[in-house]
Design a binder for this molecule. Structure first.
Ligand SMILES: Cc1cc2nc3c(=O)[nH]c(=O)nc-3n(C[C@H](O)[C@H](O)[C@H](O)COP(=O)(O)O)c2cc1C
Length: 377
């Protein structure tokens, strides 16, 4: 099961776990995989706290950090987004639409004393770099970037520190660009993936990307939830798998119990690929929020990062209302997840998810090899 990418990163199993939750990251790394912490929603101080936690709990095993420096977004040419008055670029029509939606579901304004969303968090070059500064002050082994090649100086900096760079792609031509930029590991994320995703299915995308960037290692992402799916990914030429949704249904994941219940109840037909979260297509559980943005009354999603900017505070109000027991507000909560959610039917310990995937992978490979032997015999 060990592939060259395991050797180069010092891990036992080629299972990569994207999670925003440090406890999941530490548990996967401890179990022999590679936990990768999604940093986009953290401030630099929060990221530091989460990395301290991982350092304490990962048992000295390798782990990584994932940031989002999009190759294209409104305001990128102008430089520091924090200094631009992006708020002014959010049309009144969008604000009104959101306000009416929240009113319909009885979502009140933020209670006094609860601070609003202060910044664009990680969705920009400036903020992404601030997070990278923090990440690079820890002994990480992998730095991943979504939505385009990481800037050249970021790649050089990582390499100088002995850190490998991974990047997510949804098309083979994007993978070639990443290879040319000097990225070490390509994560090919298919249509069925949770979060930002392209239009090509994992089954078609992975071999295309493997062929396009050989001999660079490719990890298959999108729809990986079991050892059988892992074996399929390896059969396509991947050196490992990168899963994101799977870890949401674990005891370690810090999501509210009500959101976990929704995941357990959902089928593989219950997700939608929508621009309503960030302005770029991303997959989430279909709900009243995504339906509203798809409805004829919708003003249409804004380009990144304006859509996130427009919806960040409303989403914070929704979360606050849900926490206060407002059940109707729960229908509007953004829950990014992939189609594999249909197979996520029970909460498990992260360690158990790892061991079940490994065992089923080994059984599958044996079953396939047995079939071959029978044919030959
Ligand atoms: C809740 C959630 C949040 C995500 N956020 C990010 C992110 O911030 N950065 C990133 O590179 N990928 C993100 N992703 C995508 C994952 O890295 C990965 O590509 C995807 O989950 C793989 O498909 P799967 O969901 O079928 O496992 C996210 C996925 C989920 C489910």
């Amino acid at each position: 099961m060990r592939t060259p990418v395991c050797e180069s990163l010092g891990i036992e199993y080629p299972i990569f776990a994207f999670s925003h939750c440090g406890d999941v990251v530490a548990a996967v790394s401890r179990a022999g995989g590679m936990g990768v912490l999604g940093a986009v929603a953290f401030s630099p101080e929060e990221l530091e706290r989460e990395l301290d936690r991982i350092e304490k709990n990962a048992g000295g095993k390798p782990y990584g950090v994932d940031v989002v420096i999009p190759a294209a977004y409104v305001g990128k040419e102008e430089g520091d987004l924090e200094k631009l008055d992006l708020e002014k670029l959010v049309p009144e029509e969008h604000r009104r639409f959101l306000e009416q939606l929240l009113e319909k579901y009885d979502v009140p304004p933020l209670p006094e004393g609860v601070a609003g969303v202060e910044s664009l968090l990680g969705w920009s070059d400036t903020m992404g770099r601030a997070l990278i500064d923090v990440a690079m002050s820890y002994p990480i082994k992998l730095l991943a970037n979504a939505l385009g090649p990481p800037p050249a100086d970021v790649i050089d900096r990582a390499h100088a520190a002995g850190v490998q760079v991974a990047a997510l792609v949804g098309r083979a031509d994007q993978a070639v660009k990443q290879k040319d930029a000097g990225v070490d590991i390509i994560v090919a994320a298919g249509y069925e993936a949770g979060g930002h995703t392209g239009e090509v299915s994992t089954l078609v995308l992975v071999p295309e990307v493997v062929d396009a960037v050989a001999p660079l290692p490719v990890l298959a992402a999108g729809g990986i939830g079991s050892g059988r799916q892992m074996a399929a990914a390896m059969a396509l030429g991947a050196q490992g798998v990168w899963a994101g949704s799977l870890w949401l249904a674990t005891h370690e994941n810090d999501w509210q119990p009500m959101m976990k219940e929704r995941l357990l109840a959902a089928t593989s037909s219950d997700t939608v690929r929508t621009r309503c979260i960030t302005g770029k297509p991303a997959r989430m559980l279909r709900n009243e929020f995504s339906d509203a943005w798809d409805s004829p009354e919708s003003p249409g999603a804004l380009p990144m990062p304006l859509q996130y900017l427009a919806t960040a505070e409303p989403q914070q109000r929704i979360r606050t209302a849900v926490l206060a027991g407002n059940e109707s507000a729960a229908a509007l909560t953004v829950t990014p997840v992939g189609q594999i959610v249909g197979s996520m039917n029970q909460l498990r310990a992260t360690r158990q998810v790892m061991s079940e995937m490994i065992n089923e992978y080994l059984d599958t490979v044996e079953r396939l090899a047995g079939g071959m032997e029978e044919r030959e015999g």
